[in-house]
Design a protein around this ligand. Structure first.
Ligand code: GLC
Length: 799
């Protein structure tokens, strides 16, 4: 069953059935303001922080599933009939009303045809202006004059998610809203510096600021009293719940149309609202903002454009997976319909991985994130698992200290820096790779010498930070010579009771190899030799203790029990232990094929690779929380998406392009477009997990958008299947593709030059280079960076 399709020509996903059993969301905003919006207009807006900067309210995990939202109602003032421009909240009969939704990159269009009126609600946040625009176009297709009312409606939030959702005894009386000069201003009594506004870029005919006056008693957004009546009640009050509702009456001749623009933003009426009103009253202002948004994304998309025989891969890599990966970098993980702003800041491991994928499309933001992560590294060499970068930034013009009645006081520096008990052993290791990826992309090796303060005092260069990470991990070794997992490794739920984690040792080796490459490139040969010897020791220890005969162990518990061994009844085989044995370069030639064959044999399903097999069914706290999760869900033997691309990478390193593609395809959301009765979630977004075969809903995907799988699939597809990887000294070309492909083309911008890379596969191999030419000249090894501004042709023949 399908609910829409990819409209590649317009770069949109078009939903033509709005009665999807789940919300299919989109993210508006690329800098400071963000709206998470569902295909039914439900969702919320926040400024900078989904925890502290809420503009509009959301009732999470409720019935119906995505209320309230950013709604527009149209009322026929002759008949009194009304509808909304998104299918919900009014929910007109889909046999008489035609609804389509177009999710694009950072905008969504809701289109509705009903009763001879066609209308569009376009929502977007301009690139350089932290306001949300809601542009409503109403057209009379009916052949007779029509009198209509247009209402826009949103519900204000109490700004802090905590006081918005609990303990209302103070917060319910701490904000007020009023209307003047086309602008509703929402103020916070306890934070007299904070205002939000909703402005009309036209002369409204009415307004409501008090939510319950607009909606009416015992009603919902589905049937608001003001809309039913055709008039707002000019309500305004201090205290209570507030809304931004503006009403405009229109008389449209046959064929005539009218556009109304509503602007939502941060700031007072005087300082921000009136200016915004004027800006967007200018003809062309909204279209200009749309044009700039398109340019913003077109520029990013042009840095790496692929053209392969795989249509789904082209669509996903050229647009949706890149978009999802960028979204994770900009908004991290705490703003969705699943994580609804309960936390602020960055997860160390999540962000350190997210930035690895998009240094080419967002070098500035990824550098900012790297510095934030480096600032959250302790002198001991471990990262703070969850931190707010603002805690480490010098505060300019600090806001007045007002202790809000229900908000906890800010923690002191000592409280922010947690101890070893809360260290996840993998967190900081990712950063070694992310820093190096950024330098490989940009060529800015001076970044290694950039000085950054440590979270707990003192400072060091970026290079020194990386050494501390490698040294810390080396010091955290357990009885078998394998790295301790500490609180957990990548798998939050595999705690091992103080035991050892194969994944961390493999990651240590991986990070060491990457660092050694950097040290050699920088001419720091002593470091290269020192860490080279360490890498050899790590590899030897892993190979000695972690091989279980047909695959690698996942680790040891604190009491020395083997995890992921052939004799275990449950948790016999773990995906990450195999993929990382290969990806890290630890596994020998023979073992690497054997362990990845085991992955294919035991973990594969048509929806992707399971994280482990068989699922745990009995709680066992020595193994960890994973044993207390239902079989087939999340970390307990679901198809956890994030580790799947590591299997794609591992197969590419083995030269098995067919199998790499089999793994890529199984979980590719695009391929599930017509199976939504199974998948349920958006086909344009990777989800955190897909229910595994031990669950009755095998194949159902959950938790879209904010997952590390987007970045890693982007990496696996572009750097390993297509094999185009920046290195310190050149652009490596090393594809590993399905044998049946005749070839592919990639246009890659790298360090200010453009490379059109044409790969031919006349002998239908999966891997191996016969010849490479650069601008007609044969070349060996990586392509050296070409002069800035140059356009270059690279011809590759596989064989
Ligand atoms: C969630 C967490 C991530 C973790 C993963 C596996 O996605 O955000 O940090 O690695 O679960 O436990």
């Amino acid at each position: 069953m399908r609910y829409g399709h990819f409209d590649d020509a317009r770069g949109e996903y078009l939903i033509d059935r709005c009665d999807i059993p789940q919300s299919w969301t989109n993210y508006l905003g690329v800098r400071d303001l963000c709206t998470v919006i569902s295909h039914n207009g439900g969702g919320y807006t926040f400024h900078k922080s989904a925890e502290h900067g809420r503009l509009t309210r959301f009732r999470p995990n409720a019935v119906p599933l995505d209320r309230p939202g950013h709604y527009v109602y149209v009322r026929d003032d002759e008949s009194g009939e009304y509808w909304s421009l998104s299918w919900q909240p009014v929910g007109k009969d889909l046999d008489s009303a035609r609804y389509t939704v177009r999710h694009g990159l950072s905008y969504t269009r809701f289109l509705c045809e009903y009763g001879g009126i066609s209308a569009e609600q376009l929502l977007l946040i301009p690139v350089d202006d932290a306001v949300q625009l809601c542009a409503v176009t109403v057209k009379n297709d009916s052949g007779r004059e029509r009198s209509l009312s247009v209402f826009n409606y949103l519900e204000w939030s109490f700004q802090h998610v905590e006081i918005d959702n609990q303990n209302f005894q103070m917060s319910l009386y701490a904000s007020g809203a009023d209307y003047a000069d086309g602008v509703i201003e929402y103020d916070f009594f306890y934070e007299p510096w904070t205002y939000h506004f909703l402005a009309a870029a036209f002369e409204p005919d009415g307004f409501d600021c008090v939510r319950d006056r607009f909606i009416g008693p015992y009603r919902t957004e589905r049937n608001p009293l003001a809309v039913e009546r055709g008039a707002c009640s000019a309500s305004s009050e201090r205290g209570g719940n507030h809304c931004g509702a503006l009403h405009k009456k229109l008389v449209l001749a046959p064929g005539a149309s009218r556009r109304l623009v509503f602007v939502l933003g941060v700031g007072s009426r005087r300082e921000a609202g009136l200016g915004a009103r004027e800006r967007y009253a200018q003809p062309g202002a909204v279209d200009g903002a749309m044009g700039a948004l398109k340019k913003y994304w077109d520029e990013k998309r042009s840095v790496l454009e692929i053209n392969t025989p795989h249509r789904g891969m082209n669509t996903m890599i050229n647009r949706w997976t890149l978009y999802q990966a960028e979204t994770c970098v900009v908004w991290s993980r705490f703003a969705s319909f699943i994580e609804v702003g309960g936390r602020t800041g960055l997860g160390f491991r999540d962000t350190a991985q997210d930035v690895m994928a998009v240094p080419h499309t967002n070098p500035a933001k990824t550098r900012q994130r790297l510095v934030e992560l480096l600032s959250a590294l302790t002198r001991t060499g471990y990262g703070l698992h969850l931190f707010d970068p603002a805690d480490f930034e010098p505060r300019e013009n600090p806001l007045p200290e007002v202790k809000l009645p229900t908000v906890k006081p800010a923690p002191s520096r000592d409280e922010i820096v947690h101890g070893l008990d809360d260290v996840c052993a993998d967190d900081a290791l990712w950063l070694v790779a992310s820093v190096c990826e950024w330098v490989k992309e940009t060529g800015r090796s001076d970044f290694f010498d950039h000085v950054v303060a440590y979270a707990d005092g003192g400072q060091g260069t970026v290079y020194e930070h990386l050494k501390k990470i490698l040294d810390f991990t080396a010091a955290q070794t357990g009885a078998h010579g394998v790295c301790k997992g500490l609180r957990a490794d990548w798998n939050d739920c595999l705690n091992l009771g103080g035991g050892e984690s194969a994944m961390v040792s493999f990651m240590h080796h991986w990070a060491l190899e990457i660092f050694i490459e950097a040290a050699e490139f920088l001419g720091r040969s002593e470091d290269a030799a020192h860490y080279g010897a360490l890498a050899n020791r790590v590899r030897a220890a892993c190979e000695k203790t972690l091989w279980d005969g047909a695959w690698y162990l996942r680790g040891f518990t604190g009491t020395g029990r083997k995890i992921g061994t052939r004799s275990a009844e449950e948790g016999r085989l773990f995906l990450n232990a195999q993929t990382w044995a290969v990806y890290s370069g630890v596994a020998s030639a023979e073992r690497r094929s054997l362990c990845m064959d085991a992955v294919d044999e035991h973990l594969f399903s048509p929806y992707g690779l399971h994280l482990l097999w068989p699922a745990f069914t009995k709680p066992d706290d020595e193994i960890g929380y994973v044993t207390r999760v239902y079989p087939g869900i999340k970390e307990n033997a679901s198809i956890f998406s994030h580790p799947n691309p590591w299997a794609v990478i591992a197969e590419c390193l083995l030269g098995r392009g067919g199998r790499a593609m089999k793994f890529y395809d199984a979980i590719l959301p695009y391929n599930q477009n017509d199976a939504i009765e199974i998948r349920e979630a958006e086909p344009y977004s990777y989800c955190q997990f897909v229910h595994g075969r031990d669950h009755s809903a095998h194949g159902r995907a959950r938790h879209p958008w904010l997952t590390g799988s987007a970045g890693w699939f982007y990496t696996a597809a572009t750097k390993y299947i297509l094999g185009i990887r920046p290195a310190f000294e050149g652009l490596v070309i090393d594809p590993c593709i399905p044998a049946e492909w005749d070839g592919f083309e990639v246009v890659r911008k790298w360090r200010d030059a453009t490379y059109t890379i044409v790969v031919a596969n006349p002998r239908h191999v999966e891997k191996g280079i016969e010849t490479i030419t650069l601008n007609g000249n044969p070349i060996e090894g990586p392509i050296p960076a070409q002069p800035p501004g140059s356009a270059n042709t690279v011809e590759v023949v596989l064989g």
